[in-house]
Design a protein around this ligand. Structure first.
Ligand SMILES: *[C@@H]1O[C@H](CO)[C@@H](O)[C@H](O)[C@H]1NC(C)=O
Ligand SMILES: *[C@@H]1O[C@H](CO)[C@@H](O)[C@H](O)[C@H]1NC(C)=O
Ligand SMILES: *[C@@H]1O[C@H](CO)[C@@H](O)[C@H](O)[C@H]1NC(C)=O
Length: 270
């Protein structure tokens, strides 16, 4: 059962060992017709069912801001500073596939990036979000709890990440940590899982060196991966945010709002 679920969620061949030391999966073959990302095709029919609704999310009550500026000038100044750096959000609604989320309004959509939908931060190349889901014909999810408890789901998500980011280069090493897993019931009454992972990639600059001390290991990247998982329409959905750790520090509250806004919605049979 676990293998079946896993191959639906993570339809990638996992029969090789990873450099990170994570044990390979028991799944050895994949029916490519179940690959969600390959089934996704932004046909015009689909595009018509999508819409983007823009609206600003005011971070502060303007009156409170004015009052606090007036009464506590120091606090007021900080409020103004944070209000200026905050962004508005837009909502992305896919009625065809049945999901929605809010994203920072300055992010731009990238087509052909492989996911069902893909947005990225225009100023930070490595910061982006995507949504993917299992194929409608082959998945039979009742609840996200079909994945097991959040900790189990977290391990599957991490395995999927490491598979996707596998490097064939010599001297590349990945270090990964599940930072947190949690579940929550959103305002739609459905359970969502959240998984946070850190992955660091190290490379030996001189991997052909015979003597270990001649190798220079360098941190290539250090990223946070934030996933939200939900089930509806018998399908498993994943919203994923990827961002460099140093960017997360600055944008954490925005990214958390994106995660919290993710909803899976019943598709009305047409
Ligand atoms: C793959 O799955 C599809 C539908 O789930 C099925 O129609 C097809 O026969 C399968 N192919 C193989 C090679 O198992
Ligand atoms: C999507 O489907 C259309 C026709 O249905 C095809 O021309 C196009 O190449 C497909 N795109 C992808 C990414 O598979
Ligand atoms: C999304 O971000 C990841 C790293 O955070 C990066 O590796 C990937 O290339 C980005 N994708 C796009 C299409 O920009």
């Amino acid at each position: 059962m676990a293998t079946v679920l896993e191959s639906l969620l993570f339809p990638v061949q996992l029969s090789f060992a990873t450099r990170s030391g994570v044990p390979p999966s028991t799944a050895t073959t994949t029916n490519t017709t179940t690959l969600p990302r390959w089934l996704r095709n932004l046909s015009s029919h689909k595009d018509q069912s999508r819409m983007t609704i823009g609206f600003a999310v005011p971070r502060r009550n303007a009156m409170a801001l004015i009052l606090s500026t007036f009464i506590f000038s120091k606090v007021g100044f900080q409020d103004i500073a944070s209000a200026q750096t905050s962004v508005g959000f837009r909502e992305y609604v896919d009625t065809f596939d049945g999901y929605s989320f809010k994203y920072p309004q300055n992010w731009i959509q990238v087509r052909g990036a492989g996911a069902d939908i893909f947005f990225r931060d225009p100023s930070v190349l490595d910061e982006n979000l995507s949504v993917e889901m299992s194929s409608p014909s082959s998945s039979r999810y009742q609840s996200v709890e079909d994945l097991g408890p959040p900790q189990e789901a977290g391990k599957k998500v991490l395995k999927q990440y490491l598979t996707e980011f596998m490097s064939t280069r010599l001297g590349v090493r990945r270090e990964s940590n599940i930072l947190s897993t949690s579940s929550r019931v959103a305002d739609d009454g459905k359970i969502y899982y959240q998984v946070e992972v850190n992955i660091k990639s190290y490379a030996d600059d001189n991997e052909l060196a015979v003597m270990p001390q001649d190798r220079v290991t360098r941190l290539e990247w250090n990223r946070r991966y934030l996933s939200v998982l939900g089930v509806e329409n018998n399908r498993l959905y994943e919203l994923r945010l990827q961002t460099p750790e140093n960017v997360l520090v600055e944008e954490e509250s925005d990214l958390r709002q994106v995660m919290d806004s993710f909803r899976v919605n019943k598709v009305v049979a047409g």
